[in-house]
Design a protein around this ligand. Structure first.
Ligand code: GLU
Length: 493
């Protein structure tokens, strides 16, 4: 038997932003396609004109590109963007619906909104589990239908669901799934505005585009029986289905805006690295079966297997995302981080200052183990960009003692003698000063750090002095000696 090359698609509706769940769907499709050396299509499902948002498609494509996806087919990929935007494929859906109407598998419905509202209210009164269309228009005579069509009154086209059947399909993740056709509504396939609904357009396109595997969120599982019927009614081979588990808030409710950001763009704007977001989203419902959590895109491609996708919901844990961001940032070459830091500086309060690349690289090296985001190379250590204008009061109270000025004066004398000092030279000068004064190194380390940075924490004190340099270290210590007053020790604790 001939092996068919797997072909998948990511088929978002342009709502204005890419939901984090959408990113996961795109990613799993991408990983599956790359792992199997198959193809992936990007298809824009924009037939819901009520939800149309100007510019949303462009924004979506931009976000997918940022995330690192490369599609084999889709808008702007092959120059024929129209063929991958459903709104530009209306003729195709019309041709197909006509075939279904002719074979009695779909029918026109002229029911007014009022009638449908009354019907729904009656069904609710009877406590039917689900409101369903009552097939009223299925029984209209040919003549009546023709007259109504001619008169131009509003109409839709509905799927003719055969009653008393069990619709069965095998899902890679959910395994065997069964629906009773009596619980499946006669779904509208063509709306009164002439546009197809998701169901018709999705199935027709998946077939015509040669999609072999439909990998999508669990929220679409209840639509699948309608799709199965459509495949059967058209006489088409069905793709393999894989429905991905829901994304949950830490309290196990469905992931919602109320409990945090859900748009990929929000995470991008907050400075999360695409590598970290991709790694994080990959783990929302999948793992390799061991404790491994750090993956690059290539490693994900190598390891991904649909069969290892979990059945139950995946909890969104922001701490893990932050941890992964720090990990990915640490693994990046300093040269790459340098460019990111420069971009960040260019829109910071230091945008008019000029810092040497070599200087910034020293900051990167010293701060890399201490940051989660690129912007923290600035916000966590402002003292590398300007001298401190205030000193952490807590540290002053605890570490700036009565004899600190005398100790620092001695230290200043010792470093003044140094010529172009290395990190080791600063260290030796400090030890030597401590020895001369017969004090512990700590008596100097903390006040020096405070004087040079204004803070009580940060990179090693020798790194600190080496990075800002001898002159600046001396200036800053002198300034601290002028500004910091010995605290009233009675008040300290
Ligand atoms: N347009 C649907 C969405 O917005 C696609 C669902 C599917 O993949 O079938 O998610």
């Amino acid at each position: 038997m001939k092996e068919v090359t797997p072909k998948v698609r990511f088929a978002p509706s342009p709502t204005g932003y890419l939901h984090i769940g959408g990113l996961r769907t795109a990613l799993y499709n991408y990983l599956f396609a790359c792992n199997k050396k198959g193809k992936i299509i990007l298809r824009i499902e924009d037939t819901d004109r009520k939800r149309f948002v100007e510019g949303a498609t462009e924004k979506l494509i931009d976000t997918l590109k940022w995330a690192g996806f490369e599609f084999d087919e889709g808008p702007h990929v092959d120059g024929k963007s129209g063929s991958y935007l459903q709104s530009e494929r209306l003729n195709i859906y019309n041709d197909h619906i006509n075939k279904l109407i002719e074979s009695g598998k779909a029918y026109y419905c002229f029911c007014t909104k009022e009638r449908l509202t009354v019907l729904r209210a009656e069904q609710q009164k009877q406590k039917l589990s689900q409101a369903k269309y009552d097939k009223h228009c299925l029984h209209l005579s040919k003549n009546v239908i023709e007259k109504k069509l001619k008169s131009g009154i509003p109409k839709v086209v509905r799927l003719n669901v055969e009653p008393d059947k069990t619709i069965i399909f095998d899902d890679v993740i959910k395994e065997r799934v069964e629906f009773e056709s009596n619980n499946v509504d006669d779904q509208v396939l063509i709306k009164s505005d002439g546009f197809p609904t998701y169901h018709l357009a999705n199935v027709v396109d998946d077939h015509l585009m040669g999609v072999t595997h439909v990998i999508r969120g669990e929220e679409w599982l209840s639509s699948t029986p309608k799709h199965i019927l459509l495949y059967d009614y058209f006489g088409w081979e069905k793709p393999v289905f894989a429905h991905l588990p829901l994304l949950l808030n830490p309290d196990k409710s469905k992931l919602s805006k109320r409990q945090g950001d859900v748009a990929v763009e929000d995470y991008r704007n907050k400075g999360y690295l695409k590598e970290a977001l991709i790694n994080f989203v990959a783990l929302l419902g999948w793992n390799t079966g061991d404790d491994r959590e750090f993956f690059t895109m290539d490693e994900l491609i190598q390891n991904f297997n649909l069969k290892r996708v979990h059945k139950s919901g995946a909890v969104f844990n922001i701490e893990k995302l932050n941890w992964l961001n720090a990990e990915h940032l640490r693994k990046k070459p300093n040269k790459e981080v340098l460019q990111m830091l420069k971009d960040e500086l260019s829109c910071s309060e230091y945008k008019d200052k000029n810092f040497d690349d070599d200087y910034l690289l020293l900051i990167i090296e010293a701060m890399k183990p201490r940051v989660t985001f690129v912007k923290e190379f600035i916000s966590n250590c402002p003292y590398f960009y300007k001298p401190p204008n205030k000193y952490d009061e807590n540290v002053v109270r605890k570490k700036w003692k009565e004899d600190t000025p005398e100790h620092l004066t001695k230290f200043l004398e010792n470093i003044a003698l140094l010529n172009n000092p290395s990190k080791d030279d600063f260290e030796n000068a400090l030890s030597q000063t401590a020895e001369e004064l017969k004090i512990g190194n700590g008596e100097l380390i903390h006040p020096i750090r405070l004087a040079v940075s204004g803070m009580g924490t940060g990179p090693g004190v020798y790194d600190l002095q080496y990075i800002v340099g001898k002159e600046e270290t001396i200036n800053r210590i002198n300034r601290a000696l002028e500004v910091i007053k010995v605290p009233n020790t009675n008040l300290s604790n």
